[in-house]
Design a protein around this ligand. Structure first.
Ligand SMILES: Nc1ncnc2c1ncn2[C@@H]1O[C@H](COP(=O)(O)OP(=O)(O)OP(=O)(O)O)[C@@H](O)[C@H]1O
Length: 345
């Protein structure tokens, strides 16, 4: 039996998601044959690949049709990070973002208001006269279109290759939510998600930006890590709430940033206090001082406290940005935080 025949047969087996054959994708790591028994070792982009069984069946079918093959064994392994990058690409070194400050906004826990803070920071920076872009890097759990009132809008693609972001309140926005239907089931794999983010970074026509904000998924998963490792220009902002539990998990993100030598611009505490309608006093209902304590523990700046406001919640439910008016009370809170960011970036 000639190995060349086996390779030719494997060229007929495609990764259904990537639409390329196994040889082209360099997925076949080893082929052995003894007395009509063929063993093929295949490296997948992830062991959780939902197409594993389909690929196995295809390999068995193709190889069984070769003369002399009596038995086919398929063994799966996983590609190395470098091999994955050769398939999905790496973000370019942000060539067209030479004069852009990239701000990656992360949190430990979900629900601390990171997306709300990102959207309002973007609008505030834009109101202060800067050119601002925003990438919803929470590819599957996107909420930026809802918060910014652009749920119904669709991204424009010119000449099948130039992707034009949506403009809202002067901010250019790119979110998966404007590319797919709201309830569309997205069962994507880690490397594919990173691939989408790379595309957002490299294939979208952003023009000249002063600031590019990335709304990260919560926690310390693949996306925050790949940004820390690959988007060297990114500076991190950590959003937390006054609860001790939120601080604990946010700290892990900070530690991850430190380990990867990623700059942390500072910590923002959201939902810090509630101003009572009747007595006009600040009530620290979730506790106080945890955001500042986190910044001290991470040895980074504390950038400010954002109040818990009914209007903020209503605003994001309705897609109305509360910081549209830079001179409003909340507009001023965001302006002060933005000024600190500008100074440090
Ligand atoms: N300062 C605030 N005052 C009142 N409500 C707020 C405030 N910040 C955020 N919210 C509300 O909290 C909810 C969660 O906010 P958001 O979606 O921004 O959180 P998140 O941290 O991005 O969550 P996830 O990471 O899980 O997507 C929303 O309903 C939002 O309107």
């Amino acid at each position: 039996m000639d190995k060349k025949d086996i390779i030719e047969a494997l060229k007929k087996v495609y990764d259904p998601e990537l639409n390329k054959n196994l040889i082209e994708l360099n997925m076949v790591k080893n082929i052995s044959e003894k007395n009509g028994k063929v063993k093929v070792e295949v490296a997948l982009t992830t062991m959780a690949c939902p197409m594993k069984n389909t690929m196995k069946d295809d390999i068995v079918n193709e190889l069984s049709s070769l003369d002399g093959v009596k038995e086919v064994e398929v063994e799966f392994g996983e590609m190395t990070d470098i091999e994955k990058q050769s398939i999905f690409g790496k973000p370019e070194s942000l060539n067209n973002f030479q004069n852009t400050t990239v701000l990656a906004i992360g949190s430990g826990k979900g629900g601390v208001g990171k997306s709300t803070v990102t959207a309002n920071l973007a609008v505030t920076l834009s109101n202060m006269g800067y050119n601002v872009g925003l990438i919803d890097a929470d590819i599957l759990g996107y909420s930026i279109p809802q918060i910014m009132g652009i749920k119904e809008e669709k991204i424009t693609v010119v000449d099948e290759s130039i992707i034009i972001p949506i403009s809202v309140e002067g901010v250019k926005v790119m979110s998966m939510g404007n590319l797919v239907g709201e309830d569309e089931a997205l069962v994507w794999r880690g490397p594919v998600l990173s691939g989408v983010l790379n595309q957002f970074l490299t294939e979208v026509y952003w023009g000249d930006l002063d600031y590019l904000l990335l709304d990260l998924p919560p926690g310390t998963g693949d996306i925050p890590l790949s940004i820390m490792q690959e988007v060297k220009e990114a500076k991190f902002l950590i959003v937390t709430t006054p609860q001790v539990t939120a601080k604990g998990v946010a700290k892990r993100l900070g530690i991850m940033a430190k380990k990867t030598n990623t700059e942390i611009l500072g910590v923002i505490e959201n939902m810090s206090y509630f101003i009572c309608d009747n007595c006009d006093e600040k009530h620290y209902i979730f506790g106080s001082g945890e955001g500042e304590a986190l910044s001290k523990e991470l040895e980074v700046d504390f950038l400010g406290e954002i109040p818990l406001l009914k209007e903020i919640r209503i605003g994001s439910d309705k897609g109305v940005l509360i910081t549209k008016d830079l001179n409003s009370e909340i507009g001023q809170v965001y302006k002060q935080i933005s000024e600190k960011i500008i100074k440090k970036s």
